[in-house]
Design a protein around this ligand. Structure first.
Ligand SMILES: NC(=O)c1ccc[n+]([C@@H]2O[C@H](COP(=O)([O-])OP(=O)(O)OC[C@H]3O[C@@H](n4cnc5c(N)ncnc54)[C@H](O)[C@@H]3O)[C@@H](O)[C@H]2O)c1
Ligand SMILES: [Zn+2]
Length: 350
């Protein structure tokens, strides 16, 4: 087991540490000390990892795989399994899976008996670098993604890169989009490290992957520490997500992976940065080249149609007349600019 310093997420009494390395999933029992019962949630692809960690007395909950099943029925399945087992308020819900399992299990934990402890054993790269940290939980409704949820911070996060051995390569690559987003928010050193490691990361190199997870989690921890409930600054984590969400929704959830959509959304955001004068063409080219170098799709123009802009505009309803767009400048700099869909569209269209 590699001994590395955990990455702290300092949030007062809700503080926790993100443990990253080879074999760290085996620390689960130690992290569950004090819990009356463990409720271990997995989907059909991650159940083997969960079952290898399970002990007699644990409640196991099996969810169906995929974004299409990120719904209230899945949450109810967790509630009912826990209630059928008569758990008390000292129980701990643990997600062993990707971001879908994590968001569902986290919301179930936030609401079960008005709130029980929650732990994360993320098994997708996206969940390790992004969704397992920061406490956002929830599920989808017909009206849109993640529209019902709660903030509920985990007590522990165990990012074990060994679990990535069964993750399909395309899923791993999709997770690299959030790594790139975090690197661009972080600054020049992180972007340069990513340029250096792109090939290794694309191939799944363990040391490079651990380094990328550490840097991404540290960046997210800093942002979340400054603005836990997204009053303002946390919004920068939406870099690449405005057009990304539009592409994802227009393709039909599941047709384009979230990370793939975010990669394309970063390309779109770079164009907006250039149009507004925040980013020069050279830096925009650098961002776009990195998307490709990490193995993500870059064929943005082919995918932009009326439906995409319709979904980009739909977000506006909740945000007011204008979209609060995260405009990238050179690495380490962003600005939130209120923009109309038309302005974004004009900047992105070539
Ligand atoms: N809470 C947050 O802050 C936050 C941030 C970003 C994304 N998210 C959410 O995360 C979700 C996307 O996460 P994701 O990409 O992990 O999706 P996911 O959970 O659907 O996982 C992707 C696929 O990989 C499979 N899988 C996961 N780990 C595996 C493993 N080790 N071996 C084999 N298969 C494995 C899953 O079963 C699924 O088929 C979205 O619902 C998104 O809204 C949440
Ligand atoms: Zn994302």
């Amino acid at each position: 087991m590699v001994r590395e310093r955990p990455v702290p997420v300092p949030l007062g009494e809700r503080s926790y540490a993100v443990e990253i390395g080879v074999g760290v999933r085996r620390r689960l029992r130690a992290r569950l000390a004090g819990a009356s019962r463990a409720i271990l949630v997995a989907d059909s692809n991650t159940a083997p990892w969960r079952d290898a960690l399970a002990e007699a007395g644990d409640v196991r909950v099996d969810l169906e795989e995929g974004e299409a099943h990120k719904d209230v029925a899945a949450v109810a399945r967790i509630w009912d399994a826990a209630l059928d087992a008569s758990v008390d308020r000292r129980a701990c819900v643990v997600a062993v899976g990707g971001g879908v399992v994590g968001d569902l299990a986290g919301f179930a934990a936030a609401s079960l008996l008005r709130g029980v402890a929650f732990g994360q054993v993320p098994t997708s790269l996206l969940a390790m670098v992004d969704s397992s940290v920061g406490g956002k939980t929830g599920f989808n409704r017909a009206q849109g993604k993640n529209l019902v949820g709660a903030f509920h911070q985990p007590r522990f996060v165990l990012c074990d890169v060994e679990t990535l051995s069964t993750l399909p390569a395309e899923e791993r690559v999709a997770g690299l989009a959030e790594v790139l987003k975090a690197a661009w928010l972080d600054g020049e050193a992180a972007v340069a490290a990513l340029e250096r490691d792109a090939e290794a990361l694309r191939a799944g190199d363990e040391a490079a992957t651990i380094g990328a997870i550490r840097r991404s989690v540290a960046l997210k921890a800093r942002v979340v520490e400054a603005d836990e409930r997204e009053a303002g600054q946390r919004m920068v984590l939406n870099l690449g997500h405005t057009v990304g969400h539009g592409l994802e929704a227009a393709a039909g959830y599941g047709a384009l992976r979230h990370g793939e959509a975010v990669g394309l959304g970063l390309v779109a955001a770079a164009r907006v940065g250039v149009a507004l004068g925040d980013l020069d063409a050279e830096q925009a080219g650098r961002l776009e080249r990195l998307v490709g170098a990490l193995g993500l799709p870059v064929d943005l123009d082919r995918r932009l149609d009326e439906a995409v802009w319709g979904f980009v505009g739909a977000d506006k309803k909740r945000a007011g007349a204008q979209i609060r767009f995260v405009v990238p400048g050179p690495p380490g700099t962003t600005r939130i600019a209120p923009l109309s869909v038309e302005a974004i569209r004009a900047a992105v269209a070539v």
